[in-house]
Design a protein around this ligand. Structure first.
Ligand code: GDP
Length: 452
């Protein structure tokens, strides 16, 4: 029999309440041992989705007055019998309640084990499980919206459509292999090509949305570069003074590297190495430039600040050559132009007139960032792929379908084409978890906290 698991589901510390969760076949027996309901008759009626008031105790020794929620199998989050004990919000108290549950036969849950059980019991697929982590760690409204829609199964539905399409292709090929009829061969090839094309364009559509989804979820890695004194730290301060700046520290980021997060109308800008900008002595400027250069290949967005109507130097020109699709040039100190026309020295890039001093150019910058993220092509912000795992799997499916199309063009036998199509099917099944290895599950669920 599967273990019954228990964990504290709330963040430790003093709070109004804490919540201890139990899930498994013995959950009911464990509650029977340590919970004394105020209304024994109601408790015995064992109504589902009901809250019960009572005393939590260990062998008669009272510990707290608690509320217990009962959610019986199979209509619970995990699909097993689940009990949630709401005790008063002392950390010691919550620990005691948990310990009593453990002594009564439960085992401490591993990270994400409740959600993993929900997945294994078919309550949700892998996309939905990952969406729960995203929902918890979302930092902008659009990230929240995206995660919620994924949790509700919006993206899963699209992936199922893709899977069904590929499955159709597979059956079509198998039928062709089983009943090879001379004469209709060419007709079938035409039909097969069409179906493969349809599959490929479905993957392409998903991947296009994935670019946006990933930015909404993870933010846009942004580096501000420019010569000393051009106005970088003034820009940074101006941006951070807006109330939308997010000042909380995000765990897992090195203090030295990422200092600030900015919410630009639902798009999270991850301002990288702003520490370098704040340090201002000559020597550190030099070091800062070295450091910044290393960050550029990895950045999604480079804000190159220059002084209006000062020609680019060699370094700036080489930066533009290498990175111009992700560069936005901010021609700062436009207020000093005194009516003179602004010269764009690198017309292949977007060149925005700017003045931090007079607060000019910010709205245009915001508009340009949004235009890049949404690419003008997107109909909606929901049901998008959003993490690297999902994107890579769809990419794999696309490559396999392309290979199948190539094999078809080269008139390979159908059973060879079938191998590619099967590979595409496997890649898609990996996304929802229908075909997921234990290592992958381990990797995903270990990112949850204990009690989730
Ligand atoms: P950094 O070295 O690139 O970080 O540059 P700073 O932000 O320290 O700015 C250098 C100088 O330029 C400061 O004296 C700022 O007040 C000034 N400055 C920044 N932005 C503007 C602007 O838009 N117009 C004018 N006239 N001066 C500015």
């Amino acid at each position: 029999m599967e273990d019954t698991i228990a964990a504290i589901a709330t963040a430790m510390g003093e709070a109004a309440i804490h919540l201890v969760r139990l899930s498994g076949a013995q959950a009911q027996a464990i509650m029977g041992q340590c919970f004394c309901p105020q209304n024994a008759k109601r408790w015995q009626e064992a109504k589902n989705y009901t809250l019960y008031l009572g005393t939590f105790h260990e062998r008669g020794q009272k510990i707290d007055q608690v509320l217990v929620a009962r959610m019986a199998a199979p209509s619970s989050f995990t699909g097993e019998d689940v009990y949630e004990i709401h005790c008063h919000g002392g950390p010691l108290l919550a620990k005691k309640v948990l310990e009593v549950c453990l002594r009564a036969g439960a085992r401490l849950a591993e990270r994400g084990e409740f959600t993993k059980r929900a997945f294994l019991n078919g309550k949700l697929d892998l996309i939905q499980a990952e969406a729960i982590i995203d929902l918890i760690s979302a930092r902008t409204d659009s990230a929240l919206k995206l995660a919620f829609s994924q949790m509700q199964g919006g993206l899963s539905k699209k992936i199922h459509e893709l899977r069904d399409g590929i499955l159709d292709i597979y059956s079509f090929i198998e039928a062709g292999i089983d009943f090879p009829e001379d004469g209709v061969e060419d007709l079938d090839r035409g039909e097969l090509r069409q179906r493969l094309r349809r599959g490929i364009s479905q993957t392409e559509e998903l991947l296009a949305g994935g670019k946006t989804g990933k930015v909404l979820r993870d933010g846009l890695k942004t580096v501000i570069v420019g010569r000393p004194n051009v106005g970088k730290s003034s820009l940074l301060n101006a941006m951070l003074q807006e109330e939308r700046a997010i000042v909380t520290d995000i765990p897992g980021t090195t203090r030295d590297e990422i200092h600030e997060w900015l919410n630009v109308d639902g798009i999270l800008l991850q301002l990288i190495d702003t520490a370098g900008i704040r340090e201002s002595t000559e020597l550190i400027e030099q070091l800062g430039i070295e450091r910044t250069r290393k960050l550029l290949p990895d950045a999604d967005l480079i804000l190159l600040m220059v002084e209006a109507n000062v020609p680019l130097n060699a370094e700036e020109r080489s930066l533009m050559e290498q990175y111009h699709p992700k560069v936005i040039v901010l021609a700062n100190k436009c207020d000093l132009l005194q009516g003179k026309e602004l010269k764009a020295y690198a017309p292949e890039s977007v060149w925005l007139p700017f003045s931090v001093l007079e607060k000019k150019g910010f709205a245009e910058l915001e508009r340009e960032i949004k235009r890049r993220v949404y690419q003008g092509t997107l109909v909606q912000q929901e049901d998008l792929l959003s993490n690297v795992r999902q994107i890579q799997a769809v990419e794999k499916a696309k490559q396999a379908l392309r290979q199948a199309e190539q094999a078809l063009t080269e008139r390979f036998p159908w059973d060879i084409i079938s191998i590619d199509v099967r590979q595409a099917m496997r890649a898609v099944a990996e996304i929802t978890g229908e075909d997921a290895q234990e290592a992958l599950l381990e990797n995903i669920f270990s990112r949850f906290c204990i009690g989730k």
